[in-house]
Design a protein. Structure first.
Length: 416
């Protein structure tokens, strides 16, 4: 039997919440911007009025002000957005116990059991949109389809406050004309590879030679091609499924061995950034950091350390990983591969005892700065911003792109 899946995407989430909290700015161009003092002065979100002035997400605040001098810029209030996000999830939970959040402002819902047809699905989607308006005061776009990938695509097609149905019968007419990067998990680097070979639409990806796709993109390319053909049976995870994640890790085998500390630190920094971003996305903190090292002679070992303070700050993860490495490596025996894993995961809602030693305010600021980077990377790809190591790492070799990896293959869900 076919499935009915909705994907709900709140329109201009941060900016909508700010307009709700500050009605006096409702009819003015508004942007939510990172802290200029932290040198991450960029646009994180904007309302539709600012959009009409050409203000773009991820551009510098000074550029946005040039386009729109009267732009109201609000600092981000992530705690507040989390509250709205929780209310949104609570509302969706009334429709199904299968609600799978995707970031703060998006979620899939499986309503197959009581909405077996697209028509039923559309009715419920429209009702959900009405409830967002009436109960939360914000608008959402909803995609209705027979799988998760197309439901997500549908919610992107009409904005704001609209329902888009993508059906088994008609998806080739609607979906296949779209640019290939509109497909979920086609990140900037995959899109570049495909476009270089003339595959610029989802339809062209769907009908391309399977062996060629595999040779260009590997197994994840085949998966993307199946998505383009509407083949995606990944389930909408039931509430609380995220609790089964026991660890989040990343490892890499660079094309040449690591033989000096600077190389090792650069790799650990890049991996720590990935792991921290995943922790934030999963709304978790870790209490233990594990370093994995495989040497040139294929001998491998792991070292781990417990943390005084649960964390999801990349700088802290790297610091611990580097400390573990310094205690276990002579700094010149060639290393074939390195990995960082966060374990002892706890929910961000767990009560945490504040440290007497660390400056908690500084930690909160650091995490906020890293969250700003998450937003930019989510939209523009992993390499859009780096805390400093990316250029170095590029030279050493590629860190696996999680933006390009279908969720079910994603190493971050299984540890290493
Ligand atoms: Mg959104």
């Amino acid at each position: 039997m076919g499935r009915t899946i909705l994907h709900v995407d709140i329109n201009n989430f941060y900016a909508s919440v700010e307009c709700l909290e500050h009605p006096e700015y409702r009819n003015m161009p508004l942007a939510v911007g990172g802290d200029e003092k932290l040198r991450h002065g960029i646009v994180l979100a904007k309302n539709n009025i600012a959009k009409a002035y050409g203000v773009k997400t991820a551009e510098a605040l000074w550029q946005a002000r040039q386009k729109c001098p009267q732009l109201v810029i609000m600092p981000p209030q992530f705690e507040l957005y989390s509250e709205y996000s929780a209310r949104s999830r609570e509302m969706l939970g009334r429709y199904s116990d299968r609600v799978e959040p995707f970031g703060m402002d998006e979620a899939w819902i499986d309503i197959s059991t009581y909405a077996p047809t697209e028509k039923d699905g559309k009715c419920i989607a429209d009702e959900i949109r009405r409830r967002y308006r009436d109960e939360l005061g914000i608008t959402a776009s909803v995609g209705v389809s027979f799988n998760k990938v197309f439901a997500k695509l549908g919610s992107d097609m009409k904005k704001p406050d609209a329902t888009t149905v993508i059906s088994q019968e008609s998806f080739k007419q609607t979906v296949w004309e779209l640019p290939v990067e509109d497909l979920l998990f086609v990140g900037p680097s995959t899109a570049r590879k495909l476009r270089l070979r003339g595959i610029d639409t989802i339809g062209r990806l769907a009908v391309a030679d399977k062996a060629l796709i595999r040779s260009w993109l590997g197994a994840s390319g085949e998966k993307l091609q199946r998505f383009a053909n509407g083949i995606d049976d990944s389930p909408v995870m039931p509430k609380g499924a995220e609790a089964v994640i026991k660890s989040i890790g990343n490892s890499t085998t660079p094309p040449r061995d690591v033989e000096c500390e600077a190389d090792a630190v650069a790799l650990l920094q890049a991996m720590a950034e990935c792991v921290a971003a995943r922790l934030r996305k999963e709304r978790m903190l870790c209490t233990t950091v594990v370093l994995h090292v495989r040497k040139g002679d294929l001998y491998s070992f792991e070292r781990q350390t417990g943390l005084q303070q649960p964390t999801r700050i990349a700088v802290e993860l790297r610091r611990e990983a580097v400390r573990l490495l310094r205690n276990s490596w002579d700094m010149h025996t060639p290393i074939r591969s390195l990995g960082v894993r966060a374990t002892g995961l706890i929910s961000e809602n767990s009560p945490i005892q504040l440290s007497l030693f660390e400056d908690e305010a500084a930690r909160i600021r650091r995490e906020k700065a890293e969250r700003v980077i998450d937003v930019v990377r989510e939209r523009y790809g992993k390499n859009a911003i780096s805390l400093g190591a990316a250029a170095y790492v590029k030279e050493l070799g590629r860190i696996p792109d999680f933006e390009d990896t279908p969720l079910s293959d994603c190493a971050f869900y299984t540890g290493m």
